[in-house]
Design a protein around this ligand. Structure first.
Ligand SMILES: NC(=O)c1ccc[n+]([C@@H]2O[C@H](COP(=O)([O-])OP(=O)(O)OC[C@H]3O[C@@H](n4cnc5c(N)ncnc54)[C@H](OP(=O)(O)O)[C@@H]3O)[C@@H](O)[C@H]2O)c1
Length: 1015
């Protein structure tokens, strides 16, 4: 439409006072980083937002002579304020464009100011105005590769650990020891003789990051071995004679052995169980020609200079550097793991002496040390009265436990019962029964248009008993499938003993939604006619009952069995008003809606919006009713709904619907039933028997523990303004924290941080910054005092990081001190002070890196300080104090690697997404190992992706893992394709099947079309 005076079409923008206390702007990088965290990956001219204020009112946009990119940037800005998660605009109310004014404004300055008015829901930039954007959350692509989780723990060389599979455990430990001791030989060869039991274990367990190449071979007999290997694994029990033959062909041999008394072999590691002994053996080594002993400690790094000189001096093979450390919380294991990968460090031998009992000082002549020195192992740890090493071992899988308070959720990957927050006291209904609804089914099948990374509380309706002992039923925006629920103040109704809990559960949702759809949204009046599809579903039955009660004429679509059911329920419906069901009827019925009529769809997938086009021509209105809208209604509307539904119940209009009941421990069967029969019978989950409490243990729910923070306590995040630290802060808030102190050396410098802090503080949370220097005891005390003023300190999280990468031959003591300040100095001080002043501490969580347990050349100092923090946490844990160190592999989305645009090519790892980090963080907090690690391995991805079919690859882009779930007739548009995905799919089609399809045509491709392309 071209108006006569375009200027009159633009809105007036109010100028509200700015509240920015930080005087900071959100930069272009910060803006697009925060969008990336929400799943948007813009590039090139589509990164038009140059700067924004933190009040969300103005921004500066770059004009690149491209109208589409410019308007897209306007939309990005609006989305950044108006929407959460990964959402796309679906509808605009109005767009006004004055091209002349626009070109005039961009001619004078290529950066144009955008004004946004939240109340008007409109943005104007240059000569363009966009009004009222409606957004829909869309599914984000799922990450297929789960992280590998490990514990890093001490394993004695004389190992008798019982709760393990002896072979699995010992071959894993033994191979890790071999890798440590073949450190210059980054091409590792392992051969298994006899069977192939070990190789699959090793393939999945070995961290290959630092090995250039690892070859696994399998032969039947020893004669078939042609080359030298690092390790031979024998499947048969070996006699002494055999062992000697094996020893000629490899430096290490691993086997089950009865008797090992021989001068020709050294026992390096032995696992003994009832089933026998698995032993790692090695040929005895020659005594070193010359050696240097260096004593290291944590606080004075002068030994670093000595070590550096010794590394330079002992370059030739055969000599030795003995690096000794007696600090309980020493970092030399991490140091060794990293510098063993550097040139000239192969002569290093590490002795870490962690003993509460007094032991003699290290000496090459001591009888205590000599047997161990003669083994010439690179790592020798004396702990708990025996020699051993630290090993990366599989972490036990997380198992659910019986709980009395739990709720059913759909998270990133699965549907599960999880612990409820113990801090939400208002849960005032003891739920007896709750239903699975269509909305739950859409959420579970990832068709609800929600960001796949959201956690959704399932269940919309319930029946139960309130605190006063009344029987109640009601609807809630989510979380009814729980042991306890907080009742909605309006949408809860009492019911008498005439109804069972099961019957009562069937009433609230169907009747409320039908009432809302028919009378509030579409003003159905007594003389109107309605056509009801799927006439025996809960919603249709409720709608029919309400429409008949209002005096409307009801037509219904039914097959023969539905016809009988319908007639039984509503005998007044005229036979001639019941239309026989046939397949295309739903589409045709759009044609039979009268001019100005209404087409109502309730709780359906967002994509059905697209079929509304033909209704527009008849000036029909299309209503896609979602339960979320109902909860956003004003008080008066909710009062009206509540009163009328109560009356319907009293008058017998709203009667119980058909249902099937399932046990809370049998959700899978219930869901299956819902998918098959949910359209005819309500699917109820029985959560309690008629008693009010879980008196018997077997009535409790098998649920996963979940981390919740106490809103009354304060939480300290050291490094809280850093990449990961800030996201951790967000997560702590999501999990209930309301008082937080973010500590770093500098105060807020980024507009993005300022905008979040301002938003949180506006929401009533207390999130303060603090710059105390925790590398000093006084600084640590000052920080803890600062936090204690807000509430008892409930947690200390250290995400601080200073990096100072150097090879061992170049590093200085100062480089160690610099990286130690934020890690071990800070951790030691927070440990000391928190022991004194934080009697209610629940969490002491330090963040570390796999550089500490796997190693990373040039990061010896970083690995040292991380490793020291790990030992400190072990010490705390052993004393019964809260303690956990989490080693991350490279992180995606935020943090130093992203900021510095660093690559991590030396590691065969992929970056771990933030959402995945937060998920494993929750698990890690709930387990008892003090040192754990999480890392995503790239190689596994390649293996997986090679096996995928074309249709699987494309379905995965939409977050759909099981292709069989999708109907063949679905188009890619219906699956939620956007233009970015379009280009990706075009590329895959071209690469995989050689078919070139235009992006527009890709939208209409069906799953069947794609299947046919791959054949
Ligand atoms: N990013 C990765 O890929 C990765 C991989 C493995 C492990 N990690 C671990 O994950 C954690 C977070 O890393 P990140 O990448 O998010 O780091 P980051 O973005 O560099 O943030 C670190 C923060 O620490 C603060 N900081 C430095 N020294 C400090 C000190 N002495 N006291 C208080 N604060 C200090 C810095 O702020 P100021 O400069 O203002 O003090 C900075 O904001 C670290 O523990 C790191 O070791 C990260």
């Amino acid at each position: 439409m071209v108006p006569e005076d375009i200027e009159k079409e633009f809105l007036e923008y109010s100028s509200l006072p700015k509240t920015n206390q930080y005087k900071l702007k959100i930069s272009r990088d910060e803006f697009y980083n925060s969008m990336r965290l929400r799943g948007f990956d813009y590039s090139g001219i589509f990164m038009g937002v140059q700067q924004c204020d933190i009040d969300g009112r103005t921004a500066s946009l770059k004009w690149n002579n491209n109208w589409i990119a410019f308007m897209d940037s306007m939309v990005q800005y609006i989305l950044s304020i108006e929407a959460t998660g990964h959402s796309l605009p679906t509808i605009f109310d109005k767009i006004v464009i004055n091209p002349l004014e626009h070109l005039k404004s961009v001619n004078s300055n290529s950066n144009v100011t955008l004004n946004y008015d939240k109340d008007l829901n409109a943005a104007k930039c240059g000569g363009i105005e966009i009004r009222n954007i409606y957004v829909t959350n869309v599914r984000r692509r799922a990450t297929d590769i789960p992280p590998t989780l490990r514990k890093y723990t001490f394993v004695p060389n004389n190992d008798t650990q019982k709760e393990v599979d002896p072979f699995y455990h010992s071959v894993d430990v033994a191979t890790q020891i071999v890798i440590d001791n073949c450190m210059q030989d980054l091409n590792l060869g392992i051969v298994e003789i006899g069977s192939d039991n070990a190789i699959p274990i090793l393939k999945s367990n070995i961290d290959r990051e630092n090995l250039k190449k690892i070859t696994f071979s399998q032969v039947d007999t020893i004669d078939k071995i042609s080359t030298d290997y690092n390790l031979i694994i024998a499947s048969d029990e070996l006699s002494l004679k055999n062992i000697e033959a094996y020893m000629k062909r490899a430096e290490f041999v691993f086997a089950k052995v009865q008797n090992i008394e021989s001068k020709e072999v050294d026992v390096i590691y032995q696992h003994t169980s009832k089933s026998g002994s698995y032993i790692l053996m090695r040929r005895p080594k020659e005594a070193p020609e010359n050696s240097t002993i260096i004593v290291a400690n944590n606080n004075n790094y002068n030994w670093v200079r000595d070590l550096k000189l010794a590394v330079k001096k002992h370059k030739a093979p055969g000599s030795r550097i003995y690096l000794i450390n007696e600090d309980f919380n020493s970092g030399i294991i991490g140091l060794f793991n990293s510098i063993r990968l550097e040139q000239y460090c192969s002569n290093l031998r590490v002795f870490l002496l962690r003993s509460y009992d007094k032991i003699e000082p290290f000496s090459l002549k001591s009888d205590f040390y000599l047997p161990q020195i003669r083994k010439d192992l690179t790592v020798n740890i004396y702990q708990d009265g025996c020699w051993g090493t630290y090993r990366r071992l599989p972490l036990e899988t997380f198992q659910p436990t019986l709980m009395s308070d739990a709720c059913l959720i759909k998270d990133n990957k699965e549907i599960k019962w999880v612990q409820k927050s113990p801090y939400q006291k208002q849960n005032n209904i003891f739920v007896h029964c709750a239903s699975i609804s269509k909305w739950d089914s859409l959420v579970i099948n990832e068709k609800a248009g929600l960001d796949v990374e959201n956690t959704v509380l399932l269940g919309l309706e319930f029946s139960g008993v309130d605190n006063n002992g009344n029987n109640v039923m009601g609807i809630v925006p989510g979380g009814a499938l729980s042991t306890k629920v907080e009742a909605h103040p309006k949408l809860t109704w009492n019911f008498s003993n005439k109804l069972s809990f099961e019957e009562a559960t069937t009433i609230p949702l169907a009747y409320t939604l039908s009432y809302y759809s028919l009378f509030i949204q579409t003003y159905l009046s007594p003389n109107d006619s309605i056509l009801v599809h799927n006439c025996t579903s809960d919603l249709s039955v409720a709608a029919t009952a309400l429409a008949l009660n209002r005096g409307c004429k009801v037509f219904a679509v039914a097959d023969s069995s539905q016809r009988n059911v319908l007639k039984l329920m509503f005998p007044t419906i005229d036979d001639s008003n019941i239309i026989s069901h046939f397949k295309e009827l739903l589409k045709l019925s759009k044609k039979c809606v009268s001019k100005n009529g209404r087409f109502i769809e309730v709780a359906n997938s967002i994509m059905d919006f697209l079929v509304a086009d033909d209704l527009m021509e008849k000036n029909c209105s299309f209503h896609n009713i979602s339960i979320a809208e109902l909860f956003e209604e004003n008080e008066d509307t909710l009062d009206m709904i509540a009163t009328d539904i109560e009356k319907y119940i009293k008058d017998g209009v709203a009667v119980p619907l058909r249902y099937s009941v399932f046990d809370k421990d049998n959700i899978e069967t219930a869901l299956k039933h819902f998918e098959e029969k949910g359209h005819t019978t309500k699917c109820l989950i029985k959560i309690r028997e008629n008693g009010r409490f879980f008196t018997k243990p077997d009535k409790r729910v098998l649920a996963y523990k979940r981390t919740y923070l106490d809103p009354n306590k304060s939480y300290i995040v050291i490094g809280g303004l850093g990449g990961f630290g800030f996201q951790l802060t967000k997560w702590l808030i999501e999990r209930g924290a309301t008082k937080l102190v973010l500590n770093s050396r500098n105060d807020v410098r980024s507009g993005y941080h300022a905008s979040c802090l301002q938003k949180w503080n506006n929401q009533g949370l207390i999130v303060l910054t603090n710059t105390s220097d925790t590398s000093t005891l006084e600084g640590a005390e000052s920080l803890i005092n600062f936090a204690s003023n807000l509430g008892p300190v409930g947690g200390v999280f250290n995400t601080a990081l200073q990096a100072q990468d150097e090879f061992m031959t170049d590093v200085t003591p100062d480089d160690f001190v610099a990286v130690a300040a934020s890690k071990i100095f800070s951790a030691q001080n927070m440990d000391i002070i928190s022991r004194k002043f934080c009697k209610q501490l629940d969490y002491f969580i330090m963040f570390s890196s796999i550089a500490s347990s796997i190693g990373n050349p040039i990061q010896g100092n970083y690995a040292f300080v991380n490793s020291a923090v790990e030992r400190l946490c072990e010490t705390r844990k052993a004393e019964g104090l809260p303690a956990l160190t989490i080693e991350w592999g490279p992180l995606a989305d935020v943090g130093i690697l992203v900021r510095m645009k660093l690559s991590v090519q030396y590691l065969e790892t992929q970056r771990q997404k933030l959402s995945s980090c937060m998920e494993v963080l929750d698990h890690f907090i709930q387990q008892s190992e003090p040192v754990v690690s999480s890392c995503v391995y790239a190689t596994k991805d390649e293996e997986v992706s090679e096996k995928k079919t074309l249709v699987e690859k494309i379905a995965n882009l939409f977050g759909i893992r099981d292709v069989d779930e999708i109907e063949d007739s679905k188009t890619l548009l219906e699956l939620g394709m956007d233009s970015l995905l379009g280009f990706e799919i075009k590329h895959i089609l071209s690469q995989e099947s050689g078919v070139e399809v235009n992006v527009n045509d890709i939208r209409n491709l069906t799953i069947e079309n794609i299947k046919s392309m791959s054949t």
